[in-house]
Design a protein around this ligand. Structure first.
Ligand code: NAP
Length: 284
């Protein structure tokens, strides 16, 4: 049975990620359209969402959130402080707040809303087709029932992994949140290399996409370590060995490791900055 039965869900900020969530919830029948209300600043967007999903819509965030049992904050991180101060004192104390805003720490959201039951999530873009992976954490003021509700909402975006400590969210930002951008860059580099060899771009693209999709499916099904899978296609003195030698010589592993480390440091820094900004605003 759905953990969301009879609950009222408010989506405050209804852009791409929230639309993916609404679509997934309705498609998987985890919630009905009458349970969902979406808010945002533009009437045209509200009309579009109503037409597409038959959900309730409004341009008034407070109206959407005031009687909701679960409030999803789907605005951009820079808009979040505006929305939290708008909603401060306007949501039911027993409601659950779920923030998907990248980098916004629980402490800042709690201070902005004067609310403690909060789930913070780092989703990623394949969520748009229900193939994402979200890493999430929850405050100790959330109960088991609310965590089950959060888990079900996030399942609408794909896989989800709960971590007990918030510090993992910065790590998730660098690995899975930003991850699709690394994969797309690698994809692009391989396609361009195929075109360099002489393949028509369309053919190079199909070769690369299916090679990636097939390799992921194979790695999942075989449950072997990636090194074992790689060794299987690396004949002594062969062509793979030659190409892999060049990738190692170009320090691919070190570059990847440095890139992910840099993303992690940046995520922590942005979190610190937004927390400091919130503290300064509150002191005025
Ligand atoms: N996309 C990703 O891969 C990804 C990954 C991880 C985390 N996230 C997080 O997910 C959140 C949403 O991202 P997104 O890609 O869905 O962005 P988006 O499409 O730009 O959605 C943001 C929505 O917020 C609306 N909005 C702006 N001001 C508002 C206000 N004052 N009150 C209510 N709504 C307002 C926008 O409306 P208008 O369009 O009318 O301005 C827009 O519909 C962000 O915080 C982002 O950090 C996204």
């Amino acid at each position: 049975m759905t953990a969301l039965k009879d609950l009222r869900l408010a989506m405050v900020g209804s852009g791409n990620m929230v639309e993916a969530m609404i679509g997934g919830l309705l498609r998987r029948e985890l919630a009905g359209p009458q349970q969902v209300v979406a808010s945002g600043p533009r009437q045209e967007r509200a009309d579009e969402l109503h037409k597409r999903y038959s959900i309730d819509v409004t341009t008034d965030n407070v109206k959407a959130a005031h009687d909701a049992d679960i409030i999803v904050l789907g605005v951009k991180p820079l808009t979040l402080p505006i929305v939290t101060s708008e909603l401060r004192g306007k949501i039911k104390p027993e409601s659950l707040v779920i923030s998907i805003a990248a980098g916004a720490r629980i402490k800042s959201i709690a201070r902005g809303l004067h609310h403690q039951a909060i789930v913070r999530v780092m989703p990623n873009t394949p969520a748009q087709i229900g193939q994402g992976i979200s890493v999430w954490t929850a405050t100790r003021q959330t109960d088991e029932r609310q965590r089950a509700q959060a888990q079900q909402i996030l399942s609408a975006l794909g896989e989800e992994i709960y971590m007990q400590e918030e510090r993992y969210l910065d790590m998730a930002t660098a690995v899975s949140g930003n991850g699709p951008s690394y994969v797309f860059l690698f994809m692009e580099a391989m396609i361009d290399a195929g075109v360099h060899l002489g393949f028509p771009r369309r053919v190079a693209q199909e070769l690369v996409l299916q090679t990636m999709a097939g390799s992921v499916a194979f790695a999942r099904q075989s449950a072997m370590h990636p090194a074992e899978l790689r060794n299987m296609v690396t004949s002594p003195g062969g062509t793979s060995a030659e190409s892999l030698y060049q990738l190692e010589k170009g320090s691919l592993r070190t570059v990847v490791s440095r890139a992910i480390w840099a993303g992690y440091q940046k995520s922590k820094l942005l979190g610190d900055l937004s927390e400091a900004q919130k503290e300064e605003e509150d002191s005025h």
